[in-house]
Design a protein around this ligand. Structure first.
Ligand code: PAF
Length: 281
């Protein structure tokens, strides 16, 4: 397995490799968990060479977000990537990706204006800018993203289509802990007791899905009210940022659940902002 830190070197190698091999890219911000490893395995199954990038992208963090304390474990990540079957780890330097004159951004419009986009202004502009740069550097045939960040995957799909990147976007299912809590690098902030409360997102989503399936309740305001109640029961100090029922492709809010409805939510649990989502049927 190769470790590459220079943009030029990565670009040169990618140009050579892409003549004979297919390249799969898994972009990450490091501190890898089982969820990331499942993305690497998915990329491995569909491409000859798997490149995993590790870069904590400052552009996608707001001024009050956890950029400086975002967890890092480069040595452990490299070992995990090797074990999962990665071929190249690309760890670009911040100054090389964003030099002091940097002034070009990639921005997707409408679907970045709701949910995460509304709560975290500028976040998706940071994501699409860095992902577009990674696409230009690594020249992948496919790139794999997780369903947990499903709005991110939808935004990237839109960018790929709008800007004609010849790249297939693969979305891999959310990997969960035994309790149902979606895997996230931010879970490491919790004590074991707090982690038990962090399961409130998953419990609320499953409950809403059951209400739709078994009780045939479709009204999203009723479902939202029940979800809020159950979150409050499990984690009385939780702060709900949003619970949104939208159509899957365009992320427009819906009043009544149908087969294309996804429920997304962001909740702050003991100071840690968690997101999760689930198709409702
Ligand atoms: O999902 C993430 O970890 C990041 O948003 C990504 C795609 C690596 C871009 O920085």
């Amino acid at each position: 397995m190769q470790i590459i830190r220079s943009v030029k070197k990565m670009q040169k190698l990618a140009r050579e490799l892409s003549r004979r091999k297919t390249i799969g890219l898994v972009p990450t911000m490091g501190y890898l968990h089982e969820g990331h490893l499942s993305l690497i395995k998915k990329a491995k199954a569909q491409s000859d060479i798997v490149v995993v990038s590790i870069f904590v992208n400052p552009l996608q963090f707001g001024p009050k977000e956890d950029l400086t304390k975002y967890p890092r474990d480069e040595k452990g990540d490299i070992a995990r990537i090797k074990k999962a079957g990665g071929d190249i780890v690309f760890i670009p330097r911040r100054e090389e990706l964003y030099d002091s004159e940097f002034q070009t951004y990639v921005e997707v419009e409408n679907i970045t204006e709701t949910l995460e986009g509304e709560s975290r202004p500028g976040h998706f502009r940071g994501v699409t800018t860095v992902v577009a740069k990674l696409f230009n550097i690594v020249r992948p045939d496919l790139a794999v993203f997780g369903q947990k960040d499903y709005q991110q995957a939808a935004v990237i799909k839109r960018m790929v289509k709008d800007l004609d990147f010849p790249i297939k976007i693969v979305v891999a299912p959310t990997v969960r802990e035994k309790s149902g809590l979606a895997m996230s690098s931010r879970n490491k902030y919790f004590t074991p007791e707090q982690k038990k409360e962090a399961v409130c997102l998953y419990v609320a989503l499953v409950m809403a899905k059951n209400m739709v399936r078994k009780e045939r309740i479709r009204d999203t305001s009723k479902l939202t009210a029940e979800m809020k109640r159950v979150i409050g029961e499990i984690c009385p100090t939780a702060e709900i940022d949003y619970i949104a029922f939208t159509d899957f492709d365009r992320l427009r809010p819906v009043k009544s659940v149908d087969k294309n409805t996804i429920c997304s939510m962001a909740v702050r649990v003991h100071g840690v902002r968690l997101i999760d989502n689930m198709m409702m049927r």
